[in-house]
Design a protein around this ligand. Structure first.
Ligand SMILES: [Zn+2]
Length: 189
């Protein structure tokens, strides 16, 4: 069946991100209708190889993410986020139960170089963190705690950009660099 509910199995531990066996939503390139790929990219403003590529098509409600109706060869349409489609078109499949997330923290971006995979659990934690920041509890002087550093290390392993984490936690980029290179907090895993 193609219309598996994403994350319906209730993920509790991080899967190996390299296991490409399971496919999400039957997302196989070869079963897509012809012309889908060029039509999708025609909605994308490709600013430059390393820049954010902004989605110019329809948006999800309340409008944070791009939205695209993927059309399969048999005529079936499946609505998914534009970043998910960008991942699928670039990599051939989307592993089951994983979320396609933004290394650049720009929800409208569909540059495949800026996309990464996270578990639903990680994605929910990210959203909670951003919600707290939006309510104004971000502290400029930013003391890092062990749990925050653990979170930062995990996100670095997923490919989230250092400057995004620095901004999220209100610390300098060199502070994140030191965590990345294990000049500080090396004992934490
Ligand atoms: Zn981007």
């Amino acid at each position: 069946m193609r219309k598996t509910v994403p994350g319906a199995t209730g993920m509790t531990s991080a899967p190996a991100l390299t296991s490409g066996g399971a496919l999400f939503l039957g997302g196989r390139m070869e079963s897509l209708a012809s012309g889908v790929e060029s039509r999708f990219w025609s909605y994308v403003d490709k600013a430059g190889k390393e820049a954010c590529w902004l989605w110019r098509g329809g948006l999800t409600s309340p409008g944070w993410h791009g939205k695209y109706n993927l059309v399969y060869a048999d005529g079936e349409r499946v609505s998914m986020t534009a970043s998910r489609v960008a991942w699928l078109l670039t990599n051939g499949s989307v592993p089951q139960d994983l979320c396609v997330c933004h290394r650049c923290d720009n929800p409208r971006c569909v540059n495949p170089r800026h996309l990464c995979l996270m578990t639903r659990e990680e994605n929910t934690r990210d959203r909670d963190l951003k919600g707290r920041q939006a309510r104004g509890s971000r502290v400029g002087s930013a003391e890092l705690t062990e749990s925050k550093v653990r979170y930062i290390k995990q996100r670095l392993r997923r490919g989230i950009y250092q400057w995004v984490l620095a901004r999220q936690f209100g610390v300098s980029k060199s502070c994140i660099q030191h965590i990345s290179s294990e000049k500080s907090w090396a004992w934490l895993t």
